[in-house]
Design a protein around this ligand. Structure first.
Ligand code: NDP
Ligand code: GDR
Length: 377
């Protein structure tokens, strides 16, 4: 069943009636975040706590700690004692758990960020990805209905630019047709449409945020940006000589996660629920991300081609710093994503604050600090 993360969350019998007027204890808004331990979940929790929300998060049981990104948000980080943030064990594959948590928390807003979010991994774990990313979204929507809260809860769905996949139009906006290119994107396509359907069928306030790639020092270590900044930091500090990447030519519209979680919140504060593209409006290749990273630490890059993908000239006797390994290629690739965030700007004044260079700099600086402190990180 569903286990409380710690003991100081009381099963207050007055909780339910108190919250039926739409506000939590002490008139505070209550938010429930799935995927709170992930990159976005941690920034969103910070943002909502800063706005005075009572924040509840669902975490998975795991054999090692998975709360590293949110540890600083505990009232007492040493003792893992909760203040305004409360954690519940649960899983997107477990409906009864979702129902129990929603009944107990009675949130005003639910942010559905939980996902098997790695595109390459989704080719290896396609069925599980569908379970979590597609059916998981259906499960939580149905849990809301089971609790009779479909008219009071506001629901945010973490949709993605991966829906555009094999691009039909440049730049991509809310009306651009979808063409998913991975089991991940196919699962998220189901998520997108089931959210749209429940909005139309049951009058739910439910929104798809179609977010383009967003990164940060907290980005998972096997996404390309973080892999690059970690490796370049280690090369700069003399901890490693080189590293491997896959396709260097794909282009992405990369923004900063801190900016993007604000757009999630804004979407749920509007009069009517709608879907929005969130992007910077600027695209760069993986190769450019590598180049900018090396520039920041003041090192020359030496590329190595594999014959499969010739990526540059080897220079003299210098050490090869970046190798291309086809094992990182995807069976079907998404070549070029560039978003048009005009609708979000018009509706609620959102624009990305952090530039491409600002993002690379933030990530490199943070990884330099990390690797200096802990070379085995
Ligand atoms: P992360 O991979 O960093 O975080 C994913 C979160 O989902 C983690 O908290 C993870 O828990 C949790 N999770 C995974 N599987 C389950 C499960 N079966 N049940 C419950 N929780 C689960 O992703 P991001 O923070 O980068 O992204 C957040 C969401 O936004 C995802 O849905 C992603 O697909 C989507 N998205 C991300 C974009 C980006 O550029 N970052 C762009 C567009 C969409 P644990 O920590 O235990 O692994
Ligand atoms: P993406 O992010 O697939 O866009 O999905 P990722 O950083 O994994 O890949 C971006 C591009 O870089 C190329 N690439 C590599 N990628 C990884 N991970 N590792 C490598 O070594 C490597 N070398 C080159 C990839 O081929 C790809 O073209 C992210 C996730 O956060 C999704 O959950 C989210 O929906 C989308 O962004 C928007």
């Amino acid at each position: 069943g569903c286990v409380h993360f710690s003991t100081n969350m009381s099963a207050d019998s007055g909780l339910v009636s108190l919250r039926q007027n739409g506000l939590g204890n002490g008139g505070r808004k209550v938010a429930l975040i799935t995927g709170i331990t992930g990159q976005d979940g941690s920034y969103l929790a910070e943002l909502l706590l800063g706005k005075g929300y009572e924040v509840h998060g669902i975490i998975r049981r795991s054999s090692s700690f998975n709360t590293g990104r949110i540890a600083h948000l505990y009232a007492d980080p040493q003792g893992h004692r909760e203040g305004s943030m409360k954690l519940h064990y649960g899983d997107m594959t477990d409906s009864s758990c979702l129902v129990k948590i929603i009944v107990q928390v009675r949130p005003n807003e639910i942010y559905n960020l939980a996902a098997q979010s790695h595109v390459k991994v989704s080719f290896d774990m396609s069925e599980y990805t569908a379970e979590v990313d597609a059916v998981g979204t259906l499960r939580i929507l149905d849990a809301i209905r089971t609790c009779g809260m479909e008219k009071e809860v506001r629901f945010y769905q973490a949709s993605t630019s991966e829906l555009y996949g094999k691009v039909q139009e440049i730049p991509q906006k809310e009306t651009t047709p979808f063409y998913p290119r991975s089991p991940y994107a196919c699962a998220k396509l189901y998520g997108y449409w089931i959210v749209t359907n429940y909005r139309e069928a049951y009058g739910m306030y439910a929104c798809n945020g179609i977010l383009f790639n967003h990164e940060s020092p907290r980005r998972g270590e096997n996404f390309v940006t973080r892999k690059i900044t970690r490796s370049v930091a280690k090369i700069h500090l003399g901890q490693i000589e080189n590293f491997e990447l896959g396709n260097l030519d794909s282009k992405r519209d990369w923004g900063h996660a801190r900016d993007y979680v604000e757009a999630m919140w804004l979407m749920l504060q509007q009069e009517t629920p709608e879907d929005f593209v969130i992007a910077t409006g600027e695209a760069h290749s993986v190769r450019e991300f590598v180049e900018e990273s090396f520039k920041i630490v003041g090192k020359e890059i030496v590329w190595e081609g594999t014959g499969v993908d010739e990526v540059g000239k080897e220079k003299g006797t210098d050490t090869i710093r970046v190798k291309v390994n086809p094992k990182y290629y995807r069976p079907t690739e998404v070549d070029f994503l560039l978003g048009d965030p005009t609708k979000a700007k018009k509706a609620f004044g959102w624009t990305a604050k952090v530039s491409f260079l600002g993002l690379v700099k933030d990530m490199i600086e943070s990884d330099l600090e990390l690797m200096k402190k802990n070379p085995s990180a």
